[in-house]
Design a protein around this ligand. Structure first.
Ligand SMILES: [Ca+2]
Ligand SMILES: [Ca+2]
Length: 301
């Protein structure tokens, strides 16, 4: 059976296989030897095709044009119409018009797609295939963790929870909101931006257990522009997770522009005077702080 690349592929698929995805010179050689047993001029279709100017194997791996797997001077895209991969003499590849019918189908079964083929490991982690289970593990570089090395490890002293790291320390000075913020920033972090009950509970426990302190500053402040509370990442408090204490924020005497969390009141929030120095910094890393927040100076005092 000799037919076009597409029909040859269909032929392989009818056998529960697919056109061969070649990963080594040995594999090339093995296939060519099979071909040459049939005819000393035989060539074969392989699972390689061009999309725009890039060649892809059927497992989606990109095949560069400079590989020694190509015959010398190939791929040359002769006539601007050579989009399919052919294995030919010398066990090297050529790009060929997909409608040609000279090559024989080179089928491969089972068609195992390497689970590492789509580069699942972040942070330049190394993907190691576990062939028996068709699974993989990522070997992470220093500074990264998680199944896909997607998480950066916490800075020293920080405690991981969910996708963030948190820092509350009893040795940090009780201080005003802005000084607490500076304390966090000096650690490369910022005051915590709290997005869920789970996160609020975690930082509340951390505040109580590590410091015994009742009051912790969080990254929530009243924006002078609209007189409403915003997080340091620019999200408004309204419409997002909130845990204000009853009757709060009350902006007592019109001077309460910074928010704190009350450890012995189930982690509920209150607005307080930004210069109140009873608070402890609740730091989080990493968070994306916004432009407005960075330019903001709490006040009036
Ligand atoms: Ca060619
Ligand atoms: Ca208040």
């Amino acid at each position: 059976m000799h037919d076009s690349w597409n029909n040859s592929r269909k032929f392989c698929q009818s056998l529960g296989a697919d056109l061969a995805v070649i990963k080594s010179f040995d594999e090339n050689k093995f296939l060519l030897d099979k071909l040459l047993k049939k005819s000393n001029r035989a060539t074969g279709w392989i699972g390689l095709r061009r999309t725009n100017d890039t060649f892809y194997w059927l497992d989606d791996r990109v095949q560069g044009h400079d590989s020694p797997g190509w015959d010398p001077k190939e791929p040359n895209n002769l006539g601007g119409n050579e989009k399919c991969g052919e294995l030919r003499q010398r066990a090297q590849w050529n790009d060929l018009n997909c409608d040609k019918t000279t090559p024989a189908p080179l089928c491969q079964k089972p068609f195992c797609v390497s689970p590492c083929s789509n580069l699942p490991c972040k942070g330049n982690g190394k993907c190691v295939t576990l062939y028996e289970t068709n699974d993989y593990v990522c070997v992470c570089n220093k500074g990264f963790t998680g199944k896909h090395c997607e998480m950066e490890t916490c800075p020293a002293g920080f405690v991981v929870h969910g996708e963030s790291c948190y820092y509350v320390v009893s040795t940090s000075p009780l201080s005003a909101w802005i000084d607490s913020r500076r304390f966090c920033q000096n650690l490369g972090a910022d005051l915590a931006v709290i997005k869920s009950e789970d996160e609020n509970q975690f930082v509340t426990d951390l505040l109580r257990n590590t410091s015994g302190n009742h009051i912790g500053w969080i990254g929530l402040y009243r924006n002078k522009a609209d007189d409403k509370f915003h997080w340091l990442d620019d999200r408004p408090a309204e419409g997002n997770y909130q845990k204000w204490d009853n009757g709060e924020p009350n902006n007592f005497q019109g001077t309460e522009n910074c928010a704190f969390l009350i450890g012995d009141n189930a982690g509920k929030w209150n607005d307080g005077h930004c210069l109140n120095t009873k608070g402890l910094a609740i730091c989080q890393w990493p968070i994306q702080t916004g432009k407005i927040a960075n330019a903001y100076t709490p006040g009036p005092f």
